[in-house]
Design a protein around this ligand. Structure first.
Ligand code: OXD
Ligand code: MN
Length: 586
């Protein structure tokens, strides 16, 4: 039985916000989350009793549960995601826009009376380490116990957040309601001016765990612009070398390019004294430190990762960390109460698939949804860095951008400087894979991998990048990688996964003023890379770094068209970078 704890918050602003939502949604009960261990266990029991979650085999997977979502609620819905800035131009050419008046009205209408017979949960939470000045507070209300239990993993939540907030009105107001989980009642609205998020009609993580994409990227990008810092869709890792020195790297790739795998990379090259330490796999908040470095914190406390393809080969650390205290969403439940997914690297067991249908190897349906997820505490990651909760963040020496390109882009190259690096980020391109709907191999531009997450005008966002670079005494070097180059037969030229450490090592060397380079029209490429022990022909090695002038001329034209499509908002420095690149090929 869940008891109401109405007097938990002494903060009048929080109380007013919550009371307004209670008046509107009219829940039967209100429950304030305290974040305690006792509470979690109680809520899991409640979730199992009411059918929101299924218990998994507690001997083999202690503390693990399964959620099955409705078929129409398994991914982010970008066409229903809006930036409700007062002026349309403030949301820019890459966002859907609605006026704040219309946004509030629509959400109110859908929310009104939607929690009759339900409980409204109040989740105060911190994004970022508890004692970091860079952290931000949010308060989310929701009628989903699944959301509560996920937020418990993904954020620092409960009493601790209210203590940290004190009497301040400075918190992100996050309103969520699953309503009936129907698309016709789905809207994800952001009100940057009011520091307010309102999401209705979806229980999917990216739409419903409002601390993540909604607050830590869309709203935070707006706060960062105002307060002179950056909220980025980046992993954070530390590469430790033989002398024990760590080089910190932040990296942005569009989806399906292996961000989580890179962040947790385990590699046979560890025997040479190198090791990758994980600090974050999805979001980085980057501030200008007193030391003139860009300092990164991970605002999240857990990982919400894609399950299919996670195996002993691709990501052994992830596989290990999801053996306990993990919520699985939309995977296969085997008859012994364990879980399975495509690409697990084990023979498929019989069981019940994500759709709730009996499943065997002969079934035509998928066992797990391609976007099935794990939610797991970051502290359980075997490669988690001891300093991952450092309140000051870690100093970033390198920023890596990347995408999936069969041709054109070499394995790795280095930007000439920060402005050139910003241009590389602004023109990130990735080819669609079979995992996405639509045509395979279509090039999509995704600036800084922030296309669906930048909460304001993308041109101003590019300008903000240029400005931040000018304020940094020790700006990170910027690199671009492509693990996905293929030969004429369409086979990958590079083995990827753990071998990517070879590229990271070169990047770390460059940051320490080492590593020989050749200057090319697109940037610096390695004079040599450690290929020892790899089964690569001389031709393959050459192809990995080949720069095809004709293909690059076409690339320059495609980037020109992309900037033109974005319009006048693109800073002239970036347009000029593209023109200069074109000239270097003429
Ligand atoms: C994610 C995403 O879920 O980028 O991290 O979509
Ligand atoms: Mn992401």
């Amino acid at each position: 039985m869940i008891a109401p704890l109405m007097s938990t918050s002494p903060n009048e602003h929080v109380l007013k916000f919550v009371q307004d939502m209670i008046d509107l949604a009219q829940p039967d009960k209100t429950y304030w989350c305290d974040g305690s261990e006792e509470e979690v266990q109680r809520l899991y029991k409640e979730a199992v009793k009411t059918g929101s979650l299924e218990e998994l085999n507690q001997e083999k997977l202690p503390g693990c549960y399964l959620r099955k979502s409705p078929q129409n609620d398994v991914a982010r819905t970008e066409h229903l995601t809006f930036i409700c800035s007062p002026k349309k131009e403030d949301s820019g050419p890459t966002n859907n826009w609605m006026s704040p008046k219309e946004g509030y009205e629509k959400c109110r209408k859908i929310y009104k009376g939607s929690m009759k017979g339900r409980t409204l949960y109040v989740i105060p939470f911190i994004m970022g380490p508890i004692d970091s000045l860079y952290s931000k507070i949010g308060v989310q209300v929701t009628d989903s116990i699944y959301v509560v239990l996920n937020m418990r993993i993904m954020t620092r939540m409960g009493k601790i957040a209210l203590q940290r907030l004190g009497t301040s009105p400075d918190f992100t107001r996050c309103v969520h309601g699953k309503i009936d989980l129907e698309i016709s009642h789905r809207l994800i609205c952001h009100f940057p001016k009011d520091n307010f998020i309102w999401s209705v009609g979806s229980g999917y993580g990216g739409n419903a765990l409002l601390g993540k994409k909604c607050m830590a990227l869309r709203i935070a990008s707006c706060l960062g612009k105002k307060e002179n810092w950056m909220a980025e869709h980046m992993l954070i890792l530390g590469l430790e070398d033989r002398e024990g020195k760590k080089t910190y790297v932040a990296a942005a790739f569009p989806s399906a390019c292996g961000k989580t795998n890179l962040a947790m990379m385990k590699t046979s090259l560890e025997k040479d004294g190198y090791k990758v330490w994980t600090l974050g796999d999805d979001i980085a908040w980057l501030h200008i430190g007193d030391d003139g470095y860009l300092r990164a914190i991970n605002p999240e406390a857990g990982f919400f990762g894609v399950v299919p393809g996670t195996s002993e080969k691709t990501n052994p650390n992830a596989l290990e960390m999801i053996q306990k205290n993990t919520i699985y969403t939309n995977v296969l439940k085997a008859s012994d109460g364990t879980v399975w997914w495509e690409g697990k690297g084990e023979a498929p067991p019989d069981g019940v698939n994500w759709l709730g249908h009996p499943w065997t190897i002969r079934s035509s349906e998928k066992a797990a949804h391609p976007n099935s997820r794990f939610t797991t505490p970051a502290s359980q990651c075997p490669s988690i860095a001891s300093e991952w909760e450092n309140p000051e963040g870690v100093p970033i020496s390198a920023i890596i951008f990347g995408g999936r390109r069969a041709k054109v882009t070499p394995l790795v190259y280095e930007a000439f400087n920060w402005q050139h690096g910003t241009y590389l980020g602004a023109t990130i391109a990735s080819e669609t894979t079979a995992a996405q709907t639509g045509d395979v191999g279509v090039v999509r531009r995704d600036p800084m991998a922030m296309l669906p997450f930048c909460g304001y005008n993308i041109g101003e966002y590019f300008q903000h990048w240029l400005n931040i670079g000018k304020s940094l005494e020790n700006p990170p070097k910027v690199f671009y990688v492509n693990w996905f180059k293929t030969n004429e037969k369409g086979e990958y030229l590079w083995p990827g996964f753990g071998e990517n450490l070879r590229v990271l090592r070169w990047i770390a060397d460059r940051c320490q003023g080492k590593g020989e380079v050749s200057k090319t029209p697109i940037g610096y490429i390695p004079e040599s890379l450690d290929f020892s022990g790899l089964d690569l022909s001389e031709n393959q090695k050459k192809e990995l770094f080949q720069i095809d002038s004709q293909a690059w001329k076409e690339e320059v034209q495609s980037r020109k068209e992309f900037f033109a499509k974005l319009g006048d908002c693109v800073p002239k420095e970036l347009v000029e970078e593209n023109e200069s690149l074109g000239k270097r090929f003429s």
